[in-house]
Ligand binder design. Sequence first.
Ligand SMILES: [Zn+2]
Ligand SMILES: [Zn+2]
Ligand SMILES: [Zn+2]
Length: 123
Amino acid sequence: MDVPPAPASNGHRVVCCYGDPPSYCGAVFMNASPKEVQDHITGTHLSVEHGERTNCKWCIDPISGTRCGDGLLKAQVGKHVCGVHLKMFARRCPHCLRDFSRPDALKRHLANDNIECGRKVHG
Ligand SMILES: [Zn+2]
Ligand SMILES: [Zn+2]
Ligand SMILES: [Zn+2]
């Protein structure tokens, strides 16, 4: 029997790299939505800590075990991880293929297409 083809992946495959050194969580999400990831971070990793603020424990370099370390309000951590570490909010302009870190940045780009894209290609 043939090996079934890999499912088309237009969603995000995310590995959770949050946790205390030297290891990290390692939970895998297929087709994760930002909300799913935020709920996981908040529910699993932040619920065990006291206080309003925390330092981001996302492992940015598995070799050295370096953590991000950004000081954040807990309420911001999920969004921070999705945006900064997972780039889940990144959007690509379908016309000039530039990447934008957030949907509203792309929106602004599209509104200013004649300036940003060099020529009017967005309709
Ligand atoms: Zn995790
Ligand atoms: Zn971080
Ligand atoms: Zn463009």
